[in-house]
Structures are given as C-alpha cells and as structure tokens.
Design a protein around this ligand. Structure first.
Ligand code: URA
Length: 399
C-alpha cells in the first residue's frame, strides 16, 4: 500500500478516500509496520499533501474513534483551538462566556508539554475538577451548563496518537498537513458547527514567525471548511506572555478575575476577538454575567469553585527592575522557561506538574518602569528559583 502511495504521489496522482481511509484503518488495526508508517510520514513531510488529501486524512482520523453528538441539545455548537502559548488561558474564559451568550461549547482540550501550558493542567489546579468525564456525563453537563472543558479520552481519534508517536521519532512533527489533520481530527469529533483557531506566532509559540503561522492558519481553515465545519483563524502575538499570570493556579485566578470584569486588557481583547461577538462579548465580560456559568461548569465537573487556589506552601519572591526606562521585551519563551523551571510544566507526557508555582509578569512591553519596581512575582515551592530568576532577567529588556 505504501509503495502505491509513493508511486502515485511521485506521478502527481492525488490519493482518494479509499487509499487514505485504507491507510488509517490499517494503522489502527496495527497491520502497518512502524517503519512503514515512518516512511509514509517522511514522504508527506517532504512532498506535502494537497488540501483535498488532507481533508480525507482528517476525516479518516476523526472517524478512527468515538465521535460525539448532542441529541436533545440545541446548538450552535462552537469551539476554539489555540496552537499554544505562554499564559494562554483564553479557553477558561471563552467557554463560559460563549455559553452565557447562548452558544453550546463542547470543548475537548489537551495537556501542556514543554513551555506551553495546557488547559487541562490549569483546570486541575481546582480541587476535585474532573477532566475525564465519560460521554454520558459530558452530555449532561453540556445540557445543564451550556459548556464543558474536558480531556480527549483514549477512544478519541486514536490514530492521531499512533501517528504522533511516530512523528516524534521521525522528525516529522513540523509537517503542515500532518499538524492540520492532527489538530482538526481531535476537534471535529465533538460535532461542531464552527471552530475558530488562534494560531500564535512568536518566541513562546510553536510557530516562531508570522509567515509560518499564516501557512498553518491557511491550511487549518481550508481543511476545516473542507471537512464540513465552518472554520476561521486569527494569527496572534506570542512574543510576550498573554495577560499577567503564567502557571496553572495563577492562570485560573486570572481567568476568574476576567470573568468578573477585571481582566488584563490584552486577554480581554483576545477573548472578545475570538468570540466573534464584539461589543456584546465585551459588555458581558465587563458585567460579570458569565461568571455564574464558570461556577456552574466547575461544580458540574466535580470541582469546588470556592476553593483557595494559591498558597499551598509556595513562597513569593519579587523580581525588581535594575534600571528605569521602557520595557522593550518580556520574552515569552524566557518567561515560559522560567515557569517550567519552577515546575509549572512537563518535559514528557507522563510527568506531573506543580499547580501552585509560576509567575506574574506585572510589567509588559511598552510600560514605563522605575529602578527597584517589581517587574515580576515568582511563586516557587523550593525548586528552580535561581534558574527561573536568571531566565526572567534575560527575558526582560529595559531601554
Ligand atoms: N498539536 C496537535 O494536536 N498536533 C500537532 O501535530 C501539533 C500540535
């Protein structure tokens, strides 16, 4: 089968549904040797896939496991996906905001890896919050609350997990069609009417340049629409952290403040933009009207919305400006690494994270600071403080 694929691609023949579905089915059944999967991925990485082929791959990967539907619940069913960044807590705000405005948000999210935080890790900072709800309970929460944020169970797009493991081993992760199919297959299982993609560009993002982010956004939009879901994308800045808080519990706190009408301006602006509801969404945030939906969602998923999130043995250390001037850089990658050193992130998928540690970056690009002023607050639990402090020092440029 791989030979036919390679030959046809060399001759410029597009793969059809039978070939692509056949490959995905065989991967799922375990009848394709890992080396052959690696060869196939390498070929895609070098030669690419047409949008039509990527649509077929996405659909086949979506159909490789359980798909969700919401009988008895009136839509529209909407969701957002971010390619990941430092301090990106948009999902925590946007899901209850949308639900409070009549949309239904079946949000399946992932965990963080490296310097990029994961939505599930943040939510698990809330005592009792369950990210592994079974399908029946997801249905009940969606009907009752209007939104849920839960994890991708092993039966969702299982072929993505198999392909991703081999992509990691074969250096084929950066292929745009493979990223596209991977991201969309896991989102489209939720029976969405529309999906907005936040493709981040900058030092703290997967895509470092705007051109790379644009190429991924174009592919995601074309393939998402081709697969039958109304899909759009925005490219947003990840050269500095989003908002002030970086770290799991800290980001939950900031999300709650944002839902209460007291969020940082860059976070509020991005949530409003991604909501697609303009002034209505802004007014809803300012009024705090979406906050009860957050409380309801947390409770419905087993969490205690009134629990104290910070403290828990962590100590606060302030990082001070050593000169006066304007903040020229607060490098997202450096701040993300600092949070990682403190224990907020994980190196490997199986590692655990420390929910209480992280940073608050009080001075962002463009602000005027005085020598001795607090630029950042570091919350540590005894690990990585010196390294984190050095990273924060390198991340800030004041001129
Ligand atoms: N996120 C995914 O889910 N898949 C990729 O391939 C890359 C980022």
């Amino acid at each position: 089968m791989i030979d036919i694929w390679l030959e046809q691609r060399r001759d410029g023949v597009e793969q059809g549904e039978v070939e692509i579905r056949g490959f995905v089915d065989a991967v799922l059944a375990g009848t394709v040797a890992p080396a052959q999967i690696g060869a196939w991925l390498a070929f895609v990485m070098i030669r690419g896939m047409t949008p039509a082929e990527t649509v077929l791959l996405t659909k086949a990967m979506t159909a490789s496991g359980t798909t969700l539907s919401w009988p008895g619940i009136e839509g529209p069913f909407v969701d957002k996906h971010s390619t990941g960044g430092v301090g990106d807590k948009v999902s925590l705000v946007l899901a209850p905001l949308w639900a409070s405005l009549g949309k239904r948000v079946p949000m399946l999210s992932g965990r963080g890896l490296g310097i990029t935080g994961g939505t599930l890790d943040k939510l698990e900072a809330i005592p009792g919050y369950r990210t592994d709800l079974p399908q029946q309970q997801l249905h009940e929460v969606l009907a009752e609350v209007g939104c849920f944020i839960s994890g991708q169970t092993p039966d969702i797009a299982p072929v993505d997990r198999i392909l991703y493991a081999t992509r990691n081993e074969t250096g084929t992760v950066p292929s745009i069609p493979l990223i596209t199919a991977s991201i969309l297959s896991k989102k489209l299982v939720a029976g969405l009417d529309s999906l907005i993609l936040d493709v981040k560009a900058g030092s703290g993002a997967f895509m470092k340049t705007k051109a790379e982010a644009q190429a991924l956004a174009d592919s995601l939009v074309e393939v998402g629409n081709g697969a039958g879901c109304k899909t759009s994308a925005v490219i947003t800045d990840m050269s500095q952290p989003l908002g002030v808080a970086v770290g799991n519990a800290l980001e939950v706190e900031e999300s709650i403040a944002t839902l209460a009408g007291d969020g940082p301006a860059d976070l509020v602006d991005l949530v409003v933009e991604l909501s697609g509801m303009g002034d209505t969404a802004r007014a809803q945030l300012q009024s705090g009207a979406a906050l009860p939906v957050w409380h309801k969602m947390v409770r419905a998923q087993g969490g205690n919305p009134d629990a104290k999130l910070l403290g828990g043995g962590c100590q606060q250390v302030d990082f001070l400006a050593c000169a006066s001037g304007r903040v020229q850089a607060c490098d997202a990658e450096g701040i993300g690494r600092a949070a990682f050193r403190l224990g907020a992130g994980r190196q490997r998928a199986a590692d655990s994270v420390h929910h209480g540690v992280g940073l608050r970056v009080l001075a962002k690009v463009g602000s005027e600071v005085q020598a001795g002023q607090v630029l950042a607050e570091l919350f540590h639990c005894g690990n990585g403080l010196d390294e984190a402090r050095n990273l924060v020092e390198q991340a800030y440029r004041i001129g």
